[in-house]
Write a protein that binds this ligand. Structure first.
Ligand code: NIG
Ligand code: FE
Length: 419
């Protein structure tokens, strides 16, 4: 099957080296006028003047992208998309002055989602997540990471990861599964210090071996934060996960600076995520490492916090910065990745080119996929999204709107084209 995407007002290629882009490299999103994109089977084969591609690719199906900007499909490298009921009651509790950690301490927050997920069967969770993932796709996301982390027993974590595997079979999206058994210390293990240690023993001695044997996760993640998992506990869990064949990620320095970013660099984690409270040392550690700094501005926006992650300091010091939604029922219930690009510009001080790179190539790097997706260049997976716009700067501009008019993953339609 040959496809030729023609007549686009602009093509955002993000073309360049197949790795995360750092510092000044993020300033160039490779935006071209008057070019077409040629796809053969699952791969992009050329980007260039339409007449040349027409000659080189006779018999291609033409997709008329008039009035649209074509971009690499968005890569959302941090989501908690499989959950049961939404937690809308907590939004008002926070507005009335209760903190995220206070709500958790009273058995709400992650604990509330854990109680709910444990009571649901696989079928139910599959149906709920299926509908949400279609909404995510309708905003131009073509690849997304999905974490477990609302089960917190071996059986319930396996249940969530099986749901993610089934969603991956059922939908055209590319899904990357992450085991987040260390999302919280579950309440039944919080009664004493020995209970806490017994949960870590369970993670290492039972849950990790079961998840690794079932081959249901590509990454392991830990919520490294005072009151949840300490830096030492996170090191122990992630080193064990690496030993079991999983790559690593951390929720790091989200609310307080505790050395999470430094740990991510030390252990060679693929990404360190959140980072609103990262220290100067943490920034230097990430800059000197291959770890992607993944920023989640939707979370802080929704929690009503004034402080965002220091995106400018990270980029200007030379870090690889990605943006992601953190889609989850507590702190970021948005399916709209372009809205996160808006926050990247207006809250984090990033340029349009920087947010485009951060949500494509660098999102792919945060999933160790930068050699495969995230750019429109020969050899890359044919993952594309069309947005109704004359200029790429309109993507973060029309905030909250749904301008995606179609998407393709591996050359196959993902979100139906409604041009
Ligand atoms: O990334 N910080 C920890 N985990 C999620 C929140 C999960 C929840 O509140 O359900 C996050 O923000
Ligand atoms: Fe998260």
């Amino acid at each position: 099957m040959r496809l030729l995407f023609v007549n686009a007002s602009q093509v955002v290629t993000c073309a360049g080296p197949p790795r995360g882009r750092r510092g000044v490299e993020m300033r160039d999103a490779g935006i071209l006028n008057n070019v077409a994109v040629a796809v053969e089977g699952e791969r992009i084969v050329a980007v260039g003047p339409v007449n040349d591609l027409d000659r080189a690719m006779p018999g291609s199906e033409r997709i008329d992208c008039r009035g649209c900007v074509v971009i690499p499909g968005l890569v959302d490298s941090h989501t908690h998309s499989v959950f049961g009921r939404p937690r809308y009651e907590e939004q008002e509790m926070r507005a009335a002055g209760q903190g995220y950690m206070d709500i958790a301490a009273r058995g709400g927050g992650i604990h509330a989602s854990v109680r709910d997920v444990r009571a649901r069967d696989e079928e139910d969770l599959f149906a709920l997540a299926h509908g949400r993932l279609l909404r995510i796709a309708s905003h131009g996301t073509t690849t997304l990471e999905v974490k477990s982390g609302y089960g917190l027993t071996t059986e319930d974590e396996l249940k969530l990861l099986r749901v993610i595997a089934r969603l991956s079979e059922a939908l055209p999206l590319r899904l990357i599964p992450t085991w987040l058994g260390a999302h919280e210390i579950p309440l039944e293990h919080r009664k004493s210090e020995s209970g806490r240690n017994s949960y870590i023993d369970l993670l290492l001695g039972e849950m990790l071996p079961a998840i690794a044997a079932a081959k249901l996760a590509r990454f392991a993640d830990v919520f490294c934060e005072p009151g949840v998992f300490t830096v030492a506990e996170t090191r122990l869990i992630l080193n064990a996960a690496r030993g079991a064949g999983l790559a690593t990620k951390l929720h790091a320095d989200e609310l307080e600076p505790s050395g999470g970013a430094e740990l991510a660099a030390e252990i060679g984690a693929t990404s360190a995520d959140h980072l609103a409270a990262i220290s100067r040392n943490g920034i230097s550690a990430l800059v000197a490492s291959g770890t992607v700094a993944t920023l989640l501005p939707g979370t802080l926006f929704f929690l009503g916090r004034q402080r965002q992650a220091p995106a400018r300091a990270l980029i200007d010091s030379g870090a690889v910065v990605a943006l992601a939604t953190d889609f989850n029922p507590g702190t970021s219930p948005t399916v709209n990745f372009p809205l996160i690009l808006t926050l990247g510009v207006s809250q984090l001080g990033m340029s349009v080119a920087e947010v485009l790179i951060a949500s494509t190539v660098n999102g792919a790097a945060a999933l160790a996929l930068a050699g495969d997706t995230g750019q429109l260049a020969p050899g890359f997976s044919a993952d594309l999204a069309l947005f109704e716009a004359e200029d790429a700067r309109e993507l973060p501009y029309w905030y909250g709107d749904r301008r995606c008019r179609g998407s393709w993953v591996r050359g196959k339609p993902c979100h139906p084209c409604d041009l």
